[in-house]
Design a protein. Structure first.
Lengths: 555, 217
């Protein structure tokens, strides 16, 4: 800064003496005026004084070793800086012809410095220059220079005027354009009244969509009075106007079982099956109706995990799936199997063996008769691999899909016959294909097998069959799904449940996992314990702890 | 699982919004006419009463039914930082027997509404669906032909995208960036958070509806 200001000062002062020294040579008065040397001199002197002042202050501080007032000093420096800047600007404007202001080469002026310093332009640049000047001075080159200057000036002024008018026109056009678009009010705000109305409407709308506020009709208006729209006409009959179906039996009569999904599966969207899947047609019976239907059967009332059961009680647990289901979901199959298992648990030991064997066969109710009892005796002590081998040997061939209850009934009776005849294992083949049998049928048959095969059994069984109301319970348990069975069961290939066969087994071990086969694996282990019992239809959790206890014991 | 935001727009600007969406999405609009039945279960069927929605698409020549269950929304500090609502949602196509089924299970009709409007389905980082519809209520049960709008001057705009628990952040980000394009016309927010209308919507709508500036001054 000191160097530049020195240069400036020198420049200012230098310019002053030459005009004065060479009296003959005077600067053009115009240039002199332009240079405004007096002003520059004044500024330079004041700048010099300010800097001197600062230097003195700093010197005094240094001598006295006092703490300088930095704020003040910085202020002084900034003032000096400002003055310097002013001077430089002034000189730059007028001294282009005399001095080269940028003393140092930097990026800014590196390109232009050579041109500034050169006495003659490069040939190309000279040609460009000439061409441009030719263009500009086309009409006025022959005139004297002042005239040329005048003409150029007028030309510049004309161009400037044209630009200004063009800008003005553009601004006017813009204003009018937007003016007509937006109308008189360009305000971006909405007035309060309107905003409040909109807010109110918005709240109405949002609550209607998200929560159904304002859309609920009072009960008396809920009757279907006018004709139903097309899409509902065949869905709802007029009688269906009221939405409560308390009579479960009505549902069963339908040939096409509706999709089954339990309300308790709120958090399990997966249970909402596509229409293609056929679930077991279960009546939407309330638990109360189920219990009453229990009473209808010869078996004992609902089984709970904690209550000891007699063998005959197992009859009650035919799963709801006994009824018309065409293809059972894996869960239901497992349920069925569980159910069966649970029934086995409650049987006397020899029957438990039957139960153990029953795990292997997924839907084979028929054929499980006393002939199997002996098999189970053997099987009970066998390890699982052995089970497998035995499993393979015993295959009960069951007739193919039970589509109708009648078929199931038939099978049940035939199974009862089987049991009566007391055939032994050799001829028996357990049918592993669950999808052929409703689990209810299996469980019913199994139960029949468990108890003494008498003719009474048969009658019991047939009496059992219509007890469909038991079924609903099963389903409830299915969905719950938080119990996870030990992996041992799951990997057991023996218990190869067909995808279709959802056993009506009580959900003790169940199937909280979709398609888990583990339930079956538990059976052998649990077979020892009769008391684990058939879980109550509704509540699988009750039995679960029992089972868990059983398993370690049996292993 | 889905990410969802809702907003409102005045009916007079819906056409402009459609133009904007047409330009942003690059697909044609699908007309929408959905009869939504909201069924609630009675408490004795479970621990708490649950709600399930049956949607019947009346636009098709053959009405198609869908069942949808909307679960709880994500909560917590992380959820508050996301500007969209992430909630569990399960949806499936069903047969027309679904309604009977639910009635048989013990569900009762809680309310019903009819949505009439249009929707755009496109992919922009995530498969996003924008639905602009007027929500209508039926004065008589199931009388979809005599439905009147709940709020005549305001329509509902919903932007949804399916998500899973692994990718919901990306889906939320894609949705947020898309929603910014709609800012001149409407504000979008989580369902339940009210937004108001955009003051400059009129101007934006006007410019969208203009024929490109060829007007003479």
């Amino acid at each position: 800064m000191a160097a530049t200001e020195g240069a400036v000062v020198a420049g200012g002062q230098d310019q002053q003496p030459p005009p004065q020294a060479r009296a003959v040579e005077r600067l053009n008065p115009q240039v002199q005026q332009q240079l405004n040397l007096e002003l520059v001199k004044t500024r330079a002197i004041s700048l010099f004084k300010a800097i001197t002042r600062i230097l003195e202050e700093l010197g005094g501080l240094a001598r006295t070793n006092a703490v300088p007032k930095w704020q003040y000093i910085l202020g002084q420096f900034s003032m000096v800086n400002l003055e310097l800047y002013n001077i430089v600007e002034e000189i730059k404007n007028v001294s282009k012809a005399f001095v080269v202001h940028p003393k140092n080469v930097n990026a800014e002026n590196a390109t232009i410095l050579p041109v500034m310093l050169s006495s003659k332009l490069l040939p190309e640049m000279e040609m460009d220059d000439n061409a441009k000047s030719e263009q500009l001075l086309h009409g006025v080159q022959n005139l004297p220079v002042p005239a040329q200057i005048e003409k150029l000036k007028t030309r510049i002024d004309m161009i400037g005027a044209a630009c200004e008018s063009a800008e003005k026109i553009i601004a006017d056009a813009r204003k009018s354009y937007f003016g007509t678009r937006q109308g008189p009010s360009l305000l971006p705000t909405i007035d309060k009244v309107q905003a409040a109305k909109i807010q109110e409407q918005e709240n109405l709308l949002r609550s209607a969509v998200n929560h159904g506020e304002g859309l609920r009709m009072p009960g008396d208006q809920r009757q279907v009075t006018s004709s139903l729209p097309v899409h509902l006409a065949d869905v709802l009959s007029v009688n269906d106007g009221t939405q409560s179906f308390s009579d479960s039996s009505g549902m069963y009569q339908k040939n096409t079982p509706p999709l089954m999904s339990t309300p308790s599966n709120n958090n399990q969207g997966t249970l909402l099956q596509a229409s293609g899947a056929q679930l077991i047609g279960r009546p939407a019976a309330s638990p109360s109706t189920g219990s009453t239907s229990f009473d209808n059967t010869t078996a004992s009332p609902m089984q709970y995990a904690n209550s000891p059961r007699s063998g005959a009680n197992i009859m009650n647990t035919p799963s709801p799936q006994q009824q018309s289901h065409q293809q059972q979901q894996p869960q239901q199959l497992q349920q069925h199997q569980h159910q069966q298992r649970q029934k086995m648990m409650q049987l006397p030991p020899h029957q438990q063996q039957l139960l153990a064997q029953q795990q292997l066969r997924q839907s084979s109710m028929p054929g499980l008769g006393q002939n199997q009892l002996s098999q189970l005796h053997d099987m009970q002590n066998q390890t699982q691999p052995k089970f497998q081998s035995m499993h393979g040997q015993h295959h009960v061939q069951f007739s193919q899909p039970l589509a109708a209850q009648q078929l199931q009934g038939r099978q049940l009776t035939s199974a009862a016959m089987h049991m009566g005849t007391n055939q032994l294992s050799q001829g028996n083949q357990l049918n592993r294909q669950l999808n052929q049998f409703s689990s209810a049928a299996n469980s019913a048959l199994f139960n029949a097998a468990q108890t003494t095969p008498t003719s009474q059994m048969i009658t019991n069984m047939s009496a059992m069959m219509p007890s469909q109301s038991i079924l609903p319970r099963m389903q409830f348990g299915m969905s719950g799904g938080n119990r996870s069975l030990p992996a041992q069961n799951l990997s057991d290939q023996m218990f190869n449940m067909g995808a279709a066969s959802a056993s009506g087994m009580m959900p003790i071990q169940q199937q909280q996992q979709h398609g888990t086969q583990g339930a079956f694996g538990n059976m052998p282990q649990g077979a020892q314990n009769l008391q684990s019992g058939i879980v109550p239809m509704q509540n699988t959790q009750q039995n679960h702890p029992n089972f868990q206890q059983q398993r370690p014991q049996n292993q | 699982m889905e990410c969802v935001v809702q907003g409102i727009i005045e009916t007079k600007h819906v056409e402009a919004l459609e133009i904007l969406l047409q330009g942003l999405c690059g697909v044609h609009r699908d007309s929408l006419r959905i009869h939504e039945l909201c069924l609630k279960s009675v408490p004795n069927l479970g621990l708490v009463s649950s709600e399930v929605r049956l949607l019947c698409d009346l636009e098709q020549p053959e009405p198609t039914w869908t069942v949808r269950h909307i679960g709880g929304a994500m909560r917590g500090a992380g959820a508050e930082q996301i500007s969209v609502l992430v909630r569990t949602m399960a949806e499936s196509k069903v047969s027309k027997n679904a309604l009977r089924l639910f009635y048989a299970l013990g569900y009762k009709l809680d309310h019903e509404l009819l949505r009439v409007g249009f929707a755009f389905h496109f992919n922009r980082g995530a498969p996003i669906t924008v639905t602009v519809s007027s929500v209508n209520k039926m004065l008589k049960l199931h009388a979809t032909d005599e439905a009147v709008p709940v709020t005549p001057g305001i329509q509902l705009v919903e932007v949804t995208a399916p998500a899973s628990s692994e990718n919901y952040t990306e889906v939320a980000a894609a949705m947020t960036s898309f929603c910014e394009y709609l800012a001149p016309l409407l504000h979008l927010s989580k369902p339940g958070v009210s937004t108001g209308v955009v003051p400059t919507a009129a101007a934006a709508a006007a410019s969208l509806m203009s024929d490109g500036g060829g007007t003479t001054l």
